[in-house]
Design a protein around this ligand. Sequence first.
Ligand code: GCW
Length: 673
Amino acid sequence: PVEDGYRLWLKYDLIGDVAKRQAYARSAQFIASSGTDPILKTATRELQLGLQGLLGKAIPVLTSAGNRTGGIVLTVTTGTDSQSLAPEGYRISANNRTITISGKTSAGVLYGAFALLRQLQTQQPLEAISLTSSPKVQFRMLNHWDNVDGSVERGYAGMSLWKWYELPERVDPRYRDYARANASLGINGTVVNNVNASARFMTAEYLQKVAALADVFRPYGIKVYLSVYFAAPKTLGGLKTSDPLDPQVRKWWADKVKEIYQTIPDFGGLLVKANSEGEPGPQDYGRTHADGANMLAEAMKPYDGVIIWRAFVYKAADTSDRPTADRFKAAHEEFTPLDGQFDKKVIVQVKNGPIDFQPREPFSPLFGNMPKTPLGIEFQITQEYLGFATHMVYEAPLFKECLEADTYVNGKGSTVASIVDGSLHRYSKTLMAGVANAGSARNWTGHPMAQANWYAFGRLAWDHTLSSEAIAREWIAMTLTQDRQATSRIANLMMKSRDIYVDYNTPIGLSRPWSGVHFAPEPWQNRSSRPDWTAVYYHRADSLGLGFDRTASGSNALAQYRPDVRRQWEDPKTCPLPYLLWFHHVPWTQKLSSGKTLWTELCTRFYTGADSVRWMQQEWALVKPAVDPAIHADVSARLATQHKEAIWWRDAWVLYLQTFAKEPIPAPFKKPD
Ligand code: GCW
């Protein structure tokens, strides 16, 4: 059959190397697993399924190994050797010709089973295997921005995976494959509806539908969560208000949460976008984000669930009524005064950067500045600002750049990751969320290479210390090819892809050069109902120069960072080039740390960026013999589109900026494409 990408990284094709296969088969003569725990059963079945494909034969499942050796034993144990494990961690060890996968919980064993399969998929030896791994973050979640009508906000891979009109009676088999893919990465929660939420998800009718999904996900250790429409008490409940301090409103939510748990006993919790981009919220009644979140936390009190409250806020007034107003500063301004006021069930979910998932942003200054409030991080896997599903952008380096950034809140080494994983401020809850890129497209993500972004997000949510390149190589081996040369070539391509995109799209700290569509180049766009919904608000090009002054002479957003960070970034000479125009309005003819003037550096980036896509095409052409022909052709075609669009980006920016810079395009770049 034609390879269509449906199987993602769970292909389990027969291992071609006979000697290797036989060696694996000697270690996997049987699986021993007992008990009726549904997640343990899943672990057993997944292992059996994977091994059958990889080894080309059925592996018997026994309830106990007895005195047999040469098999794989799955065991949930609280014994001494699992003591150092987190609840969902696993240990894989080989002893006396027996491989044991153990965990404190059945979920741990499930993750161990997938980890063992990964060893085979990437052709690692099994004989002396010894792996211990615990997730660094407790809530590892996908956020779907999926709507009732089947559309997906910022989704580029078809329609929603969830067929609300068929549920709960018809349960698409695909839901299970979705759960398998997530469980294989350790993802343990999914918010199934858009944060721009429809109140309909709070109706009995929709809760039944969501319950049917929860039934599918449960044996994979995945809990469902829902986004809520804050004004539901009014629109759905018929109350006069949705004021979080109103007793009737509080009762409405308490009853609603009770109803949810009657329908979905292991429901994960609620995600809230409030007073952001027109969504209702507690501020509509003069209350704070903490008032709103705490009201929901109170309703959640009898249950295990959590309240995840988003910090993605920027009031329109912030940009007009104060001379130093700056959207960059909004979340920090609204949320840091509330530190310590949130109920312990609440996690505040913060986007990685201060603006909005731009191709390159500095880390959000909220990280480090709310020591008493568990802050989760929200990344965007779907490529809203990264070329939709046509550009190849491997996102792990973007995620890592943020996670490894040093906030200096407790001195050197206070990385964003150390805040998110709870180690720095001893958070009681930790969370990493990714806005999903999966849809109804047969291959889930539209761009075949975008599967790697789902994969990388999941792997990093489990262990943020993994390197982007190691994750890329793993994914390539499991998904595309085992050819060594081709693997290196593709990994190299992936590793460079994000910088290439930034070069032709938003180099040196430019951002948001578009209006509504979020992709077409419109750096000239200057009209909107709000200034911060125009492109010119962000780049501030004028006859003198380019960039947003966020130093003390400008909006002073830099004051939200610790002195060690601020000092480096507030001096244009020491500010890293990739962030320069985020913080400085730089004269066109100013010499940069690269030795080039701003204008020449910009042209260099735009032109080499677009040229590099041609390089990507050439590199991809070279791996043709090692990759499935259908996938290869698909990616080739998308790269051709990417090249064409990279030139659009380059030309739109360069010609527009030239009207201010009044400088010629440097000679080496004046060549036809
Ligand atoms: O920038 C915006 C996106 C919106 C999204 C919003 C958010 C869900 O363009 O589509 O709405 O971010 O994160 O809430």
